[in-house]
Design a protein around this ligand. Structure first.
Ligand SMILES: Cc1cc2nc3c(=O)[nH]c(=O)nc-3n(C[C@H](O)[C@H](O)[C@H](O)COP(=O)(O)OP(=O)(O)OC[C@H]3O[C@@H](n4cnc5c(N)ncnc54)[C@H](O)[C@@H]3O)c2cc1C
Length: 304
């Protein structure tokens, strides 16, 4: 279960006590505030707090550019301009604080994003719950033969059943020993900070994660991308849905220029210009490596 009854009670109470405020409010975000959206089998994402909206971005930009922003008179156009020209600081005026419950192996990827503030559940003080991520059958996939960092087709039949059984029984066994080591009647009990080392990486942890919108977009660009591992991607996709309601203009610009757009090297740009002029450009005449050329072709195809 992603939320305990106590957590749900707390959320209901918070949502039942609205307060008047003079602060900027994003109507789109208010409906998400505190609500926990389930992710994977026991995880969730919920917004604890936020600061700013689309207007906060343009306000900050107008301070820095003054009269210079007159040429872009509407907020949507200005936000698109800022995104297009990599003017990042106005986006840093917005912040979001999330409560995330996620498997430890996902947390290891997530924590690599250093530009956030994190406070994690302490397994030194507290006892971790008996909750493990067990993939759905369609995610129980074989090692990819084309990508060392990815997965291929789903396992099937006896192999799938055996793998699933290993994942479940190993986790259960480790947790049984964890509990046993921490405290049995008549024993001293091993310190929690030591007993936890026996737990597998698919056990769930929780943290508060606060980040500004610029760095959140960077995180989403990398983790909502098809190259990201499925188990972190589903969290990033859930956050994308929330951000789209929070700052609709900024999110639309992000989708257009970052998620849907691409950066071309000078060689790729030259090849493209020559193609548009009617020249048949090949990998050899482009000056690009085989790998670059493959990526360039994919980019120009419908799949890119
Ligand atoms: C598909 C994928 C595969 C990956 N595979 C691996 C892997 O095999 N092994 C591995 O170790 N990692 C891997 N990573 C993690 C990756 O290398 C980055 O560590 C991670 O994505 C965080 O990116 P970041 O440093 O840009 O983000 P953040 O830490 O949020 O930083 C954002 C930006 O701030 C700046 N910045 C932050 N801190 C510093 C600093 N101390 N010094 C200078 N500039 C700083 C940089 O410009 C940085 O881009 C992978 C990531 C992805 C998305």
């Amino acid at each position: 279960m992603p939320l305990t009854p106590e957590q749900q009670e707390e959320i209901d109470a918070l949502r039942a006590t609205p307060r008047q405020t003079l602060r900027a409010v994003s109507e789109g975000m208010e409906k998400h505030l505190y609500t926990a959206y389930p992710v994977l089998d026991h995880g969730f994402v919920r917004v604890i707090d936020y600061m700013g909206d689309d207007n906060a971005i343009t306000q900050a930009a107008r301070v820095s550019y003054g009269k210079g922003t007159k040429s872009v008179s509407n907020d949507e156009g200005l936000i698109r301009y800022l995104m297009r020209h990599w003017h990042s600081t106005p986006f840093e005026m917005c912040e979001i604080k999330l409560h995330v419950k996620l498997p430890v192996f996902v947390a290891r990827q997530w924590i690599r994003h250093r530009t956030a503030n994190v406070n994690e559940y302490s397994a030194r003080y507290s006892i971790l719950d008996r909750e493990f991520y067990i993939p759905q059958p369609e995610q129980l996939a074989a090692q990819s033969v084309i990508n060392n960092q990815g997965r291929g087709e789903a396992l099937s039949g006896e192999e799938a059943a055996r793998v699933l059984e290993y994942l479940k029984s190993d986790a259960a066994r480790c947790y049984d020993h964890y509990e046993e080591m921490i405290g049995q009647e008549g024993q001293q009990g091993l310190a929690r900070e030591l007993a936890r080392m026996n737990l597998p990486a698919n056990i769930y942890t929780q943290w508060y994660w606060k980040v500004d919108l610029h760095n959140l977009f960077h995180f989403l660009r990398l983790r909502a991308d098809s190259h990201a591992q499925y188990e972190i991607r589903v969290y990033a996709e859930e956050i994308c849905r929330i951000v789209a309601d929070w700052v609709p203009f900024a999110y639309a610009a992000f989708e257009d220029y970052r998620m849907g757009g691409a950066t071309l090297s000078a060689r790729a740009l030259d090849a493209l210009r020559r193609m548009l002029a009617g020249e048949t450009v090949t990998q050899e005449t482009s000056g690009m490596s085989k790998g670059e050329w493959r990526e360039f072709e994919t980019l120009l195809s419908a799949k890119g």
